[in-house]
Design a protein around this ligand. Structure first.
Ligand SMILES: Cc1ncc(COP(=O)(O)O)c(C=O)c1O
Ligand SMILES: N[C@@H](CCOP(=O)(O)O)C(=O)O
Length: 452
């Protein structure tokens, strides 16, 4: 299997090459050039543990890495999760399940891909001898998960840009209190979208990217999305058989990587029913899926800060399919979006459902679900608990631990959620490297800190 770019101007890459690059040199996103059919494998996969399932899944997409090595990689990636199930599926009632994706080292779903990606980077450094500069933007969770996947690793420096003052205080501590010498937590002015734009512009300097061995750690990296497909398969296999076919996955969404992973699993033959994109008040995706118009607006800080996003990177992968896998059309539409114009796209048969929530509704929902089930959830997960389907089972993806966002959770439930990992961070010194939000500033900083 090879990996092609959504913009059609990049030579096909192997899995390892696509992972190393992250973003395709033509500015597009990598996708597999063919899709395996997993429907016949689900019966065998039902007996596997999480790490084994992930290994079997990846052997279909990355034949350049031997199967035994995949098993060793996934075993190591998921051994630090604090639940034996890795991704436990909790039943709230006959119609409602929660897939808990916050049992990894940084207490957010990003650990599923980033623990593995850290090991893939390590392997890459060992195989090629090249020192990698890993670069990413975060609205809070990707940054800490990426840092925990890479910190202390020989041959890797990691640079994470985040919007100054717009991530939760504990998320910032997870990035800036590691004490690791290869980690650079970089607050920049503006929003997550500004940080992500600067990261993409930095990759746009292909000579710089090549000289510094730059790799993208956001879900623009195809390994991120593939790793996230696995927990949809896992959850589907854990549902009662009669609930599986129609199941609706409800996915708190910002950069569109998480829900795209589920949709891709369905495209490979996972017989899931439907997907609902759950947004906060930054509702560009809600507006798209309900009207067909993709129009960027201003970002407004919310109780679910990791989803304060208006320019969802992975939407480009979805667009590629909506536009009939026509890379020329993707280039045209992406250019239209870049110049700030609204874009109208027929959503057609592949349309997902969508919902949105204001801050007041998020707080009310956390309180209501706690009162009804005794279940405490974080504000991103709460965005999923509206407009539940009445005719089928729903699985809501719980994307972060409530203790990462103690203020809103405490105001909704009356009790402060805590976690020992986060408590330990409170007394540690913060080390940040503030920069201007420009590719020039970022390149100069990487140049000064990273020995390629
Ligand atoms: C806690 C949490 N929930 C949901 C999301 C949305 O995920 P995605 O960006 O993959 O759509 C994010 C990040 O955006 C997040 O950090
Ligand atoms: N919510 C994310 C935003 C970046 O998403 P990614 O999946 O593209 O890395 C975050 O926590 O940073």
């Amino acid at each position: 299997m090879q990996y092609i770019s959504t913009r059609g101007l990049t030579q096909p890459h192997t899995f390892s090459q696509a992972v190393e690059a992250g973003l395709a040199p033509d500015g597009g996103l990598f996708l597999p050039d063919s899709w395996p059919d997993i429907s016949g494998k689900l019966g065998d996969w039902e007996k596997l543990g999480y790490a084994e399932l992930a290994a079997e899944f990846f052997t279909l997409f990355a034949p350049d890495i031997p199967r035994e090595e995949w098993h060793s990689l996934t075993q190591r990636a998921y051994e630090r999760f604090d639940s034996p199930d890795v991704a436990p599926l909790r039943k709230l009632d006959e119609k409602t399940y929660v897939l808990e994706l916050f049992h990894g080292p940084t207490l957010a779903f990003k650990d599923f891909a980033l623990q593995l990606l850290g090991l893939l980077y390590k392997r890459q450094v060992e195989h090629t001898g090249k020192r990698l500069a890993v670069l990413g933007a975060t609205s809070g969770d990707t940054g800490s998960a990426a840092i925990h996947g890479c910190m202390g690793q020989e041959g890797i420096s990691i640079f994470i840009l985040y919007p100054n003052g717009r991530v939760a205080p504990l998320q910032e501590r997870q990035m800036a209190c590691t004490g690791a010498s290869n980690v650079y937590a970089i607050p920049v002015p503006g929003t997550f979208d500004d940080a992500q734009r600067v990261v993409k512009q930095t990759f746009g300097d292909t000579a710089f990217a090549a000289t510094q061995h730059l790799s993208a750690v956001n879900s623009i990296n195809i390994a991120r999305v593939l790793a996230q497909c696995v927990y949809y398969i896992w959850a589907w296999l854990r549902l009662p058989p009669e609930a599986r076919g129609g199941v609706e996955f409800v996915v708190p969404t910002g950069n569109f990587g998480n829900v795209l992973a589920g949709w891709m699993a369905q495209r490979m033959g996972l017989p899931a029913g439907s997907f609902r994109v759950a947004t906060n008040q930054n509702d560009i995706l809600y507006r798209f899926f309900t009207s067909g118009e993709y129009r960027q607006g201003d970002v407004h800080p919310s109780y679910a800060p990791s989803m304060d996003i208006q320019a969802a990177s992975n939407f480009e992968r979805y667009l590629y399919f909506l536009l009939g896998e026509d890379a020329t059309k993707v280039r045209e539409v992406m250019e239209q979006m870049r110049s700030g114009d609204a874009v109208n796209i027929p959503s057609g048969q592949t349309a997902m459902k969508a919902s949105r929530m204001t801050d007041a509704e998020i707080r009310e929902t956390i309180g209501r679900i706690y009162a009804s089930y005794g279940y405490v959830m974080d504000p991103h997960t709460a965005c999923g608990f509206t407009g539940m389907a009445s005719d089928r089972v729903s699985v809501v993806l719980a994307t972060a631990h409530p203790a990462k966002f103690p203020d809103v959770v405490q105001s909704a439930t009356g009790a402060e959620p805590t976690h020992p990992t986060l408590e330990a961070l409170k007394s540690k010194p913060l080390e940040t490297h503030p920069l201007e939000a420009t590719p020039e500033a970022v390149k100069a900083f990487i140049d000064a800190q990273h020995r390629a």
